[in-house]
Design a protein around this ligand. Sequence first.
Ligand code: AMP
Ligand code: GLY
Length: 412
Amino acid sequence: MGQGAREHAIVKALIRTGTPAADITVAPGNAGIAQEVHCEPGLDPNNPLEVTNFALQHKVELAIIGPEAPLIAGVSDALRAQGIAVFGPSQKAAQLEGSKSFAKEVMSAAGVPTGRAHECSTLEEVANALDDFGAPYVVKADGLAAGKGVIVTDDRAAALAHAEKFIDMGILVEEFLDGPEVSLFFLSDGKGVVALTPAQDFKRAFDHDKGPNTGGMGAYSPLPWLPANFVEEVETTIAMPVIQEMDRLGAPFVGLLYCGLILTERGVRVIEFNARFGDPETQVVLRRLITSLSGLLYKAATGHLETSALPEFSKDVAITVVLASEGYPDSGAPNRPIHGLKDAEADAHIEVCHAATAEQDGELVSTGGRVLSVVATNRTFAHARKHAYEALEKIHLKGSHYRKDIAAKVAE
Ligand code: AMP
Ligand code: GLY
């Protein structure tokens, strides 16, 4: 389920690791996904009844939920109640992503390292919390906001204005954490976890981390600068304690635990959890996966992760650069034609995942903010970057923009 570049990347990885394309259906999908597998554009992935009826009728063996909205809407619970294997946590367990204050409570109970935070329900409380921590200010909406709910700023007035916009959701004011960011995904069957490979996301809209936060403008994997025992450390100090605490709460977490981390001088800190694959990190993480993806997700969904083969990843690196439409993330652009995609995809090192595309009168058009995710693999980051940016130059979408500095630091 889903319709973004993440879901396109999942489909490509399923096929690449052995699932026949004819066995896959995506609801609703997009123009790119529809070129590879059957799509059900009319099926609403957020409607538990519709999804369950479809799954029963078509004898679905494994349901994979891409975005957070169906999780929050209880689609996993409805499918599970009918005995269908689902990769995606229950409504209750998805609160790890849906509510930042719930996530903080779980981390506190599980002894997981994270930034100190104040929960605020009035602007007066926000103002006090801002003064308590001092600048830079970190203000977070306590609910789903498509990657746009967080502001990090030195400008106290801007921090307050952001809080005012989201005050009805509740606000979390957090201490500023300084250091590089890492996204690390764990598959979980509710009891144990299996780590995938680390990636880095570029959240700001413009080069050199300028501009507003977005859903993600690019990513790369692996991260050659990480300490050797990093994945094991995150598994034992963060992922396992959280999975155990969720089980203790009667809300076992079955699906993908996305750990958003900052490596501070005082150690690793959690900045957020998500209850699903990250976008655009999935495009690079799964591009490097060699092991059967459907096998891994099925084992997680059915509570047998401990009997699963450990995921193996290619030694090649992967980078992805997101092509965004004019005005993203601040304002919307009209649907516009996209040209040059075939030419860009002719390079064997390139895959293009569609995010917001549709066919209109026989022509491919953009339909939203993040339009395409160009993925390149190669032996080195320098080579991967060269291919990615050459491909982007071949793609034409009026007014579009993309970051030029994805993985630049590791390519030096
Ligand atoms: P989140 O949605 O919580 O991941 O926040 C979005 C982005 O804001 C993160 O990827 C970070 O770049 C930044 N951010 C969030 N929390 C903090 C923090 N406590 N200190 C510094 N930057 C943060
Ligand atoms: N790339 C950030 C996210 O998926 O939430």
